[in-house]
Ligand binder design. Structure first.
Ligand code: BES
Ligand code: MN
Ligand code: ZN
Length: 486
């Protein structure tokens, strides 16, 4: 979608030529700044019982007297926060996208100023609303005709709104890409396809990309990653994308994504119900590709490297077995007590690999544990880091992106359960604190790094009727990367 701002006096809104006008009303009364024909139309809608000042309540008005736009959609926002405006815009665009509307003008009425955060929220809500998965569904509804969104702002707010729209548009493209990759089924989105899509994106955005095959991964000594991959007939891939926005000697930020393109559990096979959703187990990898794309579009002055370990986790005659001991790239050995705790087995080698970049900071992103789903639900991603300043940066980024995380502990006591009689560590501890012990496993491979881990098991996709990838946490990651350029 194309996003732009237009500076306009509030009294001129009714005279604006547009296919549809989306009027976001902040608060529970008519803003005095709204021009007369629109004031009247909203008053009438309230009197008729068609509209109420309730969060995300939508009314659709046609051919309003004195208003040039043939369609006016009115939606209420609970307050002037970016979060409330986003929810309102999502509801409003949701109504408009099904009409034959090519272009929509959006007015946020009832705020003192339209901020960058408001503009970003509108852009990301619009993109989220119009996304439709169709790659393997020819019968999917036709793409929405809606291709252009114009945010109407006061002259004084235009600069901030333009900046917010630029960030919002870049994140929207990254989120779309992450959703698209994660939504594709496991027989389409294999490690090979993930690598070719990462390459395609990288070429298009001018990024350097390397893709390592099984032989090259073997040569690096990634025994833990390869142990997971060995049960599958699909070839593993190790993907490295480079964004250069600063001098070569500037220490890069590094993102590491879990790219399990299907997680059957392996020999520790998962129950059948809901197993299809384990095609989303590359959501971390998808968010890395999406973030690289967003950052490449915004061109901050820093260096960023995106790394993905991609393979399938399958049972077979060659598969890893419970009790097997594998040697990680770090030299530490791991007793695999449960082959379904495979994410940490591929990530540990990726974390060792990235030491070579002498990074300023490393963030891994993984659909790592069902325990994190239980702990936090789908509201916040789980954030784990022994580094308080890095944790604070990521929490702030999540807040600003409306893509939030919640900090979880990393106390040494949680490491106890990983002890093994047959290797340097086991790959699982007990049931208690499962999301934390998974993070503690990764921590054993990050001694040389300023590191954080995001467990996105509950936030990367939705189940039920709205089953599908969310594109999270591309927003959080992009905001964090941008914050490091200052
Ligand atoms: N990919 C799963 C985690 C997962 C489960 C994400 C459900 C979203 C929903 C991961 O590989 C896994 O299977 N983890 C195990 C770990 C356990 C064996 C210690 C889990 O959470 O059950
Ligand atoms: Mn698993
Ligand atoms: Zn998994």
């Amino acid at each position: 979608m194309d996003f732009r701002t237009l500076a306009i006096a509030a009294e001129a809104t009714s005279r604006q030529a547009t296919d549809a006008l989306l009027l976001v009303i902040v608060g529970d009364r008519l803003p005095a700044s709204l021009d007369a024909p629109l004031q009247q139309a909203v008053k009438d809608a309230v009197a008729l019982g068609d509209f109420a000042y309730k969060p995300a309540q939508v009314a659709y008005l046609r051919q309003v007297a004195g208003v040039k736009a043939a369609r006016v959609t009115v939606v209420a926002a609970k307050d002037g926060s970016a979060k409330a405006v986003r929810a309102a815009a999502l509801a409003g665009i949701g109504q408009i996208k099904g009409l034959g509307v090519k272009q929509v003008a959006v007015l946020i009425a009832g705020v003192d100023a339209v901020s960058a955060a408001h503009a970003e929220a509108v852009a990301s809500a619009a993109a989220e609303s119009v996304y439709t998965y169709r790659t393997t569904k020819p019968s999917a509804p036709a793409a929405s005709a809606l291709a252009k969104l114009t945010l109407l702002v006061a002259k004084a707010d235009q600069k901030a709104a333009d900046a917010g729209l630029a960030v919002g548009a870049a994140i929207a493209d990254g989120v779309d890409l992450a959703r698209e990759l994660a939504n594709r089924p496991g027989n389409h989105c294999t490690p090979t396809l993930l690598a070719s899509e990462a390459r395609k994106m990288s070429r298009a955005q001018g990024l350097k990309v390397e893709v390592l095959d099984r032989k090259q991964i073997e040569a690096l000594g990634m025994g833990s990653f390869l142990a997971v991959a060995q049960g599958s007939d699909e070839a593993p891939r190790f993907i490295v994308m480079h964004y250069h926005g600063a001098a070569k000697n500037v220490a890069p930020l590094v993102l590491v994504g879990k790219g399990i393109t299907f997680d059957s559990g392996g020999i520790s096979l998962k129950p059948g119900e809901g197993m299809d959703e384990m095609k989303f187990d590359m959501g971390g990898a998808a968010s890395v590709v999406g973030t690289m794309r967003a950052v490449a579009a915004l061109k901050p002055k820093l260096n960023l490297i995106g790394v993905i370990a991609a393979c399938e986790n399958m049972p077979s005659g060659r598969a890893l077995k419970p009790g097997d001991v594998v040697t990680s790239m770090s030299g530490q050995t791991i007793e695999v007590l449960n082959t379904d705790a495979e994410g940490r087995l591929i990530l540990c080698d990726a974390l060792t690999y990235v030491e070579r970049f002498k990074p300023a900071a490393v963030v891994d992103i993984a659909t790592l544990t069902g325990a994190c789903v239980v702990a936090l639900g789908a509201v916040h991603s789980g954030l784990f880091s022994p580094d308080d300043s890095l944790a604070a940066e990521l929490l702030t980024a999540g807040h600003n992106a409306l893509d939030t995380a919640w900090r979880m502990p990393t106390d040494d006591e949680y490491d106890e359960g990983l002890k093994s009689n047959f290797a340097d560590m086991a790959n699982i501890a007990g049931r208690a604190g499962g999301a934390v012990t998974a993070a503690m496993f990764l921590k054993r491979f990050t001694g040389k790094l300023r590191w954080a881990h995001l467990d996105i098991a509950a936030t990367a996709w939705k189940s039920g009727a709205a089953k599908g990838a969310t594109g999270r946490p591309v927003g959080l990651l992009t905001h964090w990367v941008l914050s490091q350029a200052a």
